[in-house]
Ligand binder design. Structure first.
Ligand code: DCP
Ligand code: CA
Ligand code: CA
Length: 672
């Protein structure tokens, strides 16, 4: 049946870069005219041979396998099966159609090239220049001038330089972005007091009331709001208006930068809109899902989901099918979501790759203690513990176990975690993480009266029947049971965790955005240090991103220093826990605890890239110290996990000479 499903063949051959897709080969607004193949080739050439690259290849291979598997399943469907699934699909479509709500007007607003625009506002001499905010390791965003060269967020800076030799670098300055974000939010508040922000630079506003009260259209609100934002912040934003949030978000990207797009609240307008809309534009459809749907069923546009509905029903879980069909119908969230309760809590730690059991168990002990502390601080207990491991070869595995009772003590967590880890050994590891989900408040613990000890539970279930195994090799059980049902409450931002879940989404589930929506007041809990920031302009010549132009204060550490220095923490949550200096986690589910990078909910792949580059930076630091003979690998790891490193002085450009990530990895791998 694969011909009926319309699977195309994939490229590759003598141009291997054509099939090398990372998060940063995917286009963003302002990259329409870019020579995609040239960019892909540069990225391919510059990362080829690194462990990171190998892992990307491995993930691709797994995706391919899954595609083959799905194709085979598809081919097995006979006419009876297809007509059965056709009926199932039609019923489902009718149900979904009946839920269509065209009574609300949603507005999605997103600042243009946010960090870059703020930097230009503060330093007008940057205007018109190709600008990257970030460092040689990682670019947070690029100005529209730089995007023309293929430079974009999540891309390592040295690749950006290769693509655009005149690229100017500015170090990120998070207080600035928070300040401008707050100014913008004051404007949002006037149009919808219950607006909800999904990141520093974007928000959803239900403007139904304001339109009715003032007798104005969505289009008028959009123009007015954009004008107000510009007047009050000096920045531009782009806006989308539509009957639901999923579509409004897509619309805000259409006329970017400094534009708006309005989709009327009419069924026909919506269905016409989705008839040509590429599926990748939808939040929740990432690279892997896109590849699967395209290569197995030939689906590239949202509406084709409806044409292939029977196959979707046959091949995917009910939850995924519902999501795909909603996308096909152009349906999305219309009610203001209640502030969602925390669904999980996690912590993780990156370290130099080690196969030393005692060191690994020591790290686990530490993680269990941190997790127990965090849970107890919020008076929470949980039932499902997930262990995340990243091997020396960058393979990510997650292993989960669900206990019969709610737990929060270090001892209980450790019993479970040790069991999960033991089952995986021997392994050389570079990262470990623990996540507790299935949470409940201490007071609500339904198991308290009859609570059994975890120890007993795990002794009883000494086989692996309660262990959900989710790694790249085990494709079909990737749903991971209770662990992967995250995000299903808001379809417009949900991730799909079922048979289509792949190794990369497996990696992401750990950080899944349980708290991907936050109310405006909560921002104050992320309190970036109030430090004076000096001029932070850099050029490509300052390889290594270490030389600062202009004045730098000796007594104050700038945000920009912190960006490259993993020994510092930029979020209050991180700095408050000095006992866990190199532990990376996402504050509020989307802000990197190590550098303050903001990776909005839908940036699943970028998030993974981001973690990998922190790892690379850490290893690079280690490499530098190793070669100077000051510290051994073990001692460095030890030092980083116990003592806060003294504030790093700015290096001279010579000292800070950047090691390209590929050669760095090659070098490092030899030592493993
Ligand atoms: N960001 C980041 N790392 C990423 C993506 C984004 O640090 N991988 C930060 C920098 C961005 C900000 O978040 O300025 C907002 O992200 P957007 O995706 O909205 O990108 P921009 O606002 O920069 O550009 P656009 O005009 O495309 O919205
Ligand atoms: Ca933006
Ligand atoms: Ca954004």
């Amino acid at each position: 049946m694969s011909s009926a499903a319309g699977a195309p063949s994939d490229g590759g051959g003598d141009r291997p870069w054509q099939s090398y897709h990372t998060a940063y080969t995917n286009g963003k607004a302002g990259m329409e005219g870019v020579d995609k193949e040239k960019v892909q080739k540069v990225i391919y050439e510059m990362s080829k041979g690194s462990k990171y690259f190998e892992n990307e290849q491995k993930k691709e291979a797994i995706t391919k396998q899954k595609i083959e598997h799905l194709r085979a399943q598809c081919a097995k469907l006979n006419d009876n099966d297809i007509s059965h699934f056709q009926k199932v699909a039609e019923k489902k479509i009718l149900e979904l159609e009946a839920s269509r709500d065209l009574s609300k007007i949603w507005l999605h607003t997103d600042m243009d090239a946010f960090y870059a625009a703020v930097e230009i506002l503060e330093n007008p001499s940057l205007k018109g220049k190709p600008l990257a905010v970030g460092s040689m390791s990682m670019i947070a965003t690029a100005s529209y001038e730089a995007r023309k060269f293929g430079v974009r967020a999540a891309m390592p800076g040295f690749i950006g330089c290769k693509l655009c030799p005149d690229l100017v670098f500015v170090r990120p300055n998070f207080e600035r972005y928070t300040h401008y974000s707050e100014l913008a939010r004051k404007v949002f508040q006037r149009y919808d007091p219950n607006f909800f922000a999904t990141s520093l630079d974007e928000a959803y506003l239900n403007i139904t009331e304001v339109c009715i009260e003032r007798g104005i259209t969505g289009e008028e609100v959009a123009s007015e709001l954009r004008g107000a934002i510009h007047q009050e912040t000096g920045l531009t934003c782009s806006v989308g208006v539509a009957p639901n949030r999923m579509i409004a978000k897509v619309c805000s990207d259409i006329n970017k930068p400094n534009g708006q797009f309005i989709l009327p609240n009419e069924r026909d307008a919506v269905t016409t809109f989705v008839s040509t809309l590429p599926i990748r534009k939808i939040g929740g459809i990432g690279k892997v899902t896109e590849q699967m749907l395209h290569q197995v069923l030939g689906i590239t546009t949202c509406q084709q989901m409806l044409q292939k509905a029977a196959f979707l029903c046959a091949l995917f879980s009910e939850g995924s099918t519902d999501f795909f069909l909603s996308v096909g119908l152009g349906l999305g969230g219309t009610e203001t979501p209640e502030h969602r309760l925390r669904k999980s809590m996690s912590c993780e730690r990156t370290f130099s790759a080690t196969n030393d059991y005692s060191l690994q168990f020591e790290k686990l002990d530490n993680l269990a203690e941190n997790l127990a502390d965090d849970l107890q601080k919020e008076c929470l207990k949980g039932r499902t513990l997930t262990l995340k491991l990243k091997t020396a070869a960058f393979e990510v595995r997650t292993r989960a176990a669900t206990a019969q009772s709610y737990i929060s003590s270090k001892e209980d967590i450790l019993i479970c975690a040790k069991k999960l880890l033991k089952a995986e050994l021997p392994l050389s590891l570079r990262l470990m993480g623990l996540r507790m989900s299935h949470l409940c408040g201490e007071k609500d613990d339904p198991t308290i009266p009859t609570q059994k000890t975890l120890d007993r539970f795990f002794r009883l279930s000494d086989n692996n029947s309660n262990v959900n195994r989710t790694n790249g090799a085990s494709s079909n059980d990737a749903s991971g049971g209770d662990d992967c049902n995250i995000g299903a409450t808001t379809k417009d931002e949900c991730l799909i965790h079922d048979a289509v879940t792949d190794i990369s989404s497996d990696q992401h589930t750990f950080f899944s955005n349980d708290e991907n929506i936050f109310v405006p007041e909560e921002r104050s809990s992320v309190n970036y240090d109030n430090e004076v920031v000096s001029s932070n302009l850099l050029t490509c010549d300052d390889l290594g991103g270490t030389k600062l132009d202009g004045n730098t204060s000796n007594s104050k550490v700038t945000q920009s220093e912190k960006f490259d220095d993993l020994s510092h923490f930029t979020s209050c949550k991180a700095s408050a826990s000095s006992s866990k200096p190199n532990q990376q986690f996402w504050v509020d589910g989307y802000i990197c605890s190590l550098c303050g990078f903001e990776l909005p909910p839908c940036f699943e792949e970028e998030r993974q890239e981001h973690s990998d580059f922190h790892l690379a930076e850490l290893l690079q630091q280690e490499e530098a110290l190793d070669s100077s003979g000051h510290l051994t690998k073990e001692r460095l790891a030890e030092r980083q996990s116990t003592t806060p490193t003294p504030k790093k002085k700015l290096k001279s450009s010579k000292e800070g000479k950047h090691i390209p990530i590929d050669s760095f990895f090659l070098k490092h791998n030899k030592k493993l």
